[in-house]
Design a protein around this ligand. Structure first.
Ligand SMILES: [Zn+2]
Length: 147
């Protein structure tokens, strides 16, 4: 998207989203909205849900929530490596879905949304389940937002 160029005046950056090479957040926003060439892994951004929640779900789907396993893979020294509830190594899927505590919360949310209760183990399974719930768009949106 941005390319470094060397010239007589030194190094400059050029954006390939505009004709003149200038970068603006507005141009990037329009490109993201069109989603024409940027791959966001088919994630549906819901306007009914606050942007922070959308971002959290998207990051969870990408496995980018800072879990113990994620921090260890980045070289961060973590003193306690096991989940305090289950005594297993904490990864994103475990922290948000697989953990006994998280699973209980998820089941309560599904019950509150009046959707069938099923056993889910990963963030991907939760999102896929929420997307396949029914043809009721309101139910889908509520369930998608309640990861
Ligand atoms: Zn746990």
């Amino acid at each position: 998207m941005l390319h470094k160029q060397s010239g007589p005046g030194g190094e400059t950056w050029r954006c390939n989203l505009t004709v003149d090479g200038s970068f603006t957040v507005n141009v990037l926003r329009k490109k993201l909205d069109l989603n024409s060439t940027l791959n966001l892994d088919q994630f549906t951004w819901l306007r009914e849900i606050p942007i922070k929640i959308n971002c959290f779900i998207w990051r969870a789907k990408m496995g980018k929530i800072p879990s113990t396993l994620g921090l260890l893979s980045r070289g961060v020294d973590v003193e306690k490596k096991l989940c305090s509830h289950c005594e297993v190594v904490e990864c994103v899927d475990h922290a948000l879905v697989g953990c006994k505590y998280a699973s209980t919360v998820l089941q309560l949310v599904l019950k509150w949304c009046r959707v069938p209760l099923v056993e889910l183990k990963t963030v991907h399974e939760v999102i896929t389940y929420a997307q396949a719930l029914s043809n009721c768009s309101k139910k889908k949106k509520v369930a998608n937002g309640n990861l």
